[in-house]
Design a protein around this ligand. Sequence first.
Ligand code: SF4
Length: 305
Amino acid sequence: MTKRIIVSNSEVSDFMKCERLWYYKYFKELTPIGNTSEALAYGNYGHDWLYRYYRTLASGANTVMAMAEANNVLRELQKSRDMSSEFLVHLMTIMVMYVTNHPYQNMKIIGVEQKEKTILYHDTIHDTEVYLGIKYDLLLQGTEGKQADKFILVDHKFKYSFISPEASAMNAQLPKYIYVLRQNGYNVETAMFNQLRYRKMDDDNPKNQRFHRLSITPTDNEISEAINDHITVASRIIDLRETSHDVGKIVTRSRDYRDCENCPFFSICLAQAKGKQTEALRTVQAFFRVGGNKYIDDYKELLND
Ligand code: SF4
């Protein structure tokens, strides 16, 4: 029977950064217990806050009701005592400042954290249909003026420093997302990184900028290049999954300090690189669980749609 598999942009991006990172995260499905970094905590809870805010707005509520609903994310965190009160107050301040000062003008909400997929190719060697799956943050449609009826894709990024326009032009994520949405009937031309800086700074200082929306309008050529690269890497991932009996012995380590210093699998990887298998196993048992990565699970769910 023909198999179906989703290969997401994040999986390809992680594989290109370090095959061994891909192996721990997507093949062994190891998930760190708790937040591994401040950046991840702002990203995770900030996204949850914005999800509830825009979902409530989309249901017809006003901004005050949407903010109250979104703040429940922080109340739940406070109860679970997962994060310090300083973190919670700082995050709430950023979120309220953001939605108060940066509403989307003349736009209606089409979707909030929706999953979409499209088939990329049929791998005849492994009899597998390969799909690109996405979960976008926000899809808007213009209601007036030049933007009337146009779709705009929004991707929230919680950043310490803003992404430069040059770097964003090389990023493959948004062109791939645009491709999937177009295949599914949304003629998106423009997408944006909606950046929120989480670092502590004086917001009253006019030199400081807390929020910045960086738009890109990729050409058809840029989109097809991004998809072609994705297919090349996806086919290597599928070969590894389908034909290798001992994937852990084949995958390479990047061993580049820029990748390794923030890698959630650093301690396992280092122990294994030193041949200390028992120490690696103890680390896995103490600090990781198998499965439960909501992003990976989301893509698996897409196959049931
Ligand atoms: S620590 Fe470095 S080499 Fe090891 S998995 Fe992470 S990024 Fe790869």
